[in-house]
Design a protein around this ligand. Structure first.
Ligand code: UT7
Length: 331
């Protein structure tokens, strides 16, 4: 991880759409109940983008908040990365729409398709560009409008997912700065790509009446398999980050795992004896927002006085791909 420069988290922001879909609302749509959802997932509600809100609109609000928090102007941003699997369009990238909406001129902008690990992948990429000396300020956004890809007849998936966005400004640190991004480790296991997939609409099964009739325009998931792999991969990522930085679990102030299911989070925490009091859980409010989940949970934890500047934070993510990864940082 050697490099000329180091990076830090300069500012954060997030956005949840106004409309809320509760477990009780879902009871009217599919055969489920509030008690089952809360006991098996920890989710109480999720937010749903309005009909006129696209992913880049969610990005825009979160990004403006992060820029304001970082006290920097759009003109100072050198690159935009958006982690998303539910972009405005198949092409071009949502990052380009965000660039236009922000009024950022002539800078690099692209999406990262790493599903729920998209934000952690984006932070790692931003960190490498800053370490190399190429850029000074990078805007990283994780944003999803997953509800557009939910089959509200499939109770195993439709109860889980929600919409939202979170953004960070990652900046080159001063030499004396102690609050730094320390490490990132990223992984993928494409052999298990079929476990969580949006089968239709791509080059393999282009959009057609048949794709729609077969419900291939909706996300499908093998829940139990994903559950096991999520615990395994996030535990591995935590272990890797701790060993790489020679940090023990008690030296980590907060762990922010991908917010998919409270039971997954508890299982990961249990492996490292991270007390749940030092693990951020926000899944009750958002459901699984994929790439947005970690920055949404982080922002909420800061707003609520949990996470403070100077603390050591471990992010761990897992998602379709299967992708996974970690970031250890001093905030
Ligand atoms: O970002 C990564 C993406 N996804 C995830 O991380 C999700 C990972 N998986 C999970 O969170 C869990 O596997 C689920 C929440 C999807 C399911 O929980 P589970 O404890 O693994 O339940 P299960 O699949 O073993 O199902 C237990 C029972 C089944 O009934 P039977 O066969 O025992 O009669 C299901 O049909 O619960 C039933 N069930 C439901 N009941 C009420 C499944 N979904 C529901 C539901 N409401 N929504």
């Amino acid at each position: 991880m050697a490099g000329m420069f180091r990076s830090r988290v300069a500012g954060i922001g997030s956005y949840l759409p106004e409309k809320v879909l509760t477990n009780v609302d879902l009871e009217k749509m599919v055969e489920t109940n509030d008690q089952w959802i809360v006991e098996r997932t920890g989710i109480e509600r999720r937010h749903v983008a309005g009909p006129d809100e696209a992913t880049s609109d969610l990005c825009l609000v979160a990004a403006k908040r992060a820029l304001e928090d970082a006290k920097i102007n759009v003109s100072e941003i050198d690159m935009i990365i958006v982690g998303t699997v539910t972009g405005d369009h198949q092409m071009p990238s949502t990052a380009c729409f965000l660039q236009s909406k922000l009024g950022a001129k002539n800078i690099m902008a692209f999406d990262v398709n790493a599903a729920c690990s998209g934000f952690v992948y984006g932070i790692s990429i931003a960190d490498q560009f800053i370490r190399s000396g190429m850029y000074k300020n990078v805007l990283v956004v994780g944003a999803e409008v997953l509800t557009r890809y939910m089959n509200y007849k499939d109770r195993e998936t439709c109860i889980l997912f929600g919409d939202g966005a979170g953004a960070w400004v990652i900046s080159r640190a001063e030499n004396s700065e102690k609050n730094l991004i320390e490490s990132s480790h990223l992984h993928a296991d494409g052999n298990l790509a079929d476990l969580l997939i949006l089968p239709g609409g791509g080059s393999k099964h282009p959009q057609s009446q048949e794709v729609i009739d077969k419900g291939m325009n909706y996300m499908t998931m093998k829940g139990r398999e994903i559950f096991k792999n999520a615990v395994r991969a996030m535990a591995h990522s935590c272990q890797e980050a701790l060993e790489h930085n020679k940090v023990s679990p008690d030296q980590v102030d907060w762990v922010i795992p991908h917010q998919a299911n409270k039971r997954i989070i508890e299982a990961v925490a249990d492996q490292f004896k991270f007390p749940m009091e030092r693990v951020i859980v926000y899944v009750q409010e958002t459901g699984n927002t994929s790439a947005a989940s970690i920055p949404l949970a982080f922002d909420w934890a800061v707003q609520n006085g949990k996470i403070k500047r100077g603390q050591t934070i471990l992010l761990t993510a897992f998602g379709a791909g299967l992708t996974s990864g970690s970031v250890l940082l001093r905030y």
